[in-house]
Design a protein around this ligand. Sequence first.
Ligand SMILES: N[C@@H](CCC(=O)N[C@@H](CSC=O)C(=O)NCC(=O)O)C(=O)O
Length: 287
Amino acid sequence: MDNLEQISCNKIFGGFQKVYSHDSSELKCKMNFSIYLPPQVEGGDAKLPVIFYLSGLTCTEQNFITKSGFQRYAAEHGIIVVGPDTSPRGVKVEGDDESWDFGVSAGFYLDATQEKWATNYRMASYVNKELYELILQAFSNVVDPKRFGIMGHSMGGHGALVSTLRNPGLYKSVSAFAPICNPTACPWGVKAFTGYLGEDKSKWVEWDATELVKKYDGPPLTLLIDQGAADTFYIQKQLLPENLVEACRSVGVPVILNLREGYDHSYYYISTYLNEHFEFHAKILKA
Ligand SMILES: N[C@@H](CCC(=O)N[C@@H](CSC=O)C(=O)NCC(=O)O)C(=O)O
């Protein structure tokens, strides 16, 4: 828990939206993360469930907390919500700021193996080990260690799926808005995986949700996938939810795909359906 420092604190829907910074040992830089503490933390004896929310390309921890309005639902259900940043910050790796879909703000929630990136670009270990442990320790008085869920958007939707599939049981519930579902088969994924993991495609499948689900052997899991039908990234075949659904069905993993007529890729769309995702997670985490 190195240098954990509160950066901001705002009351909202009876709870508190906070942002902290800390020194990350996995990423070797200072990182921000957000945490929403709903009103139920005050004076309550019961420990509360936690949902991690992973954001998409170009985001920081700020996008979700300022644009989605999730705090209303987290307060209703009594759920703590944690939001990491999307890549290491303030470390200069050559080429890390040349495009918006690779490098800074585009860590893809994996552990890079290519020399240039491998020291800092360890977002999988950061989220699923370091930050997870930090939350358990720093908020041990309010967090229920047995009830973690995860959700995300786009690159972060894929991060949520892969974090769940690679770490069976770590997250009891998972959902995603407009996730990149099959990165080994779309331009965003091919670019990121080539850069972070190298040319050997046999290594890529270890970080691809559509491939991982075919080998999933953990506790029973239902995947909730949401997709706007007018999302340009969906139309351009960056997201490929049908590939994930087909893979799930081939191995009998339950999956729900909600296609939303007229909706795009933005936070207008996410905020419209966020209540359904909170209900989905609450039902599992509070069962
Ligand atoms: N290049 C554009 C578009 C970037 C964009 O749409 N980013 C999405 C995530 S895309 C997949 O991971 C996003 O969440 N943007 C932040 C937001 O607040 O909408 C650009 O730079 O704007």
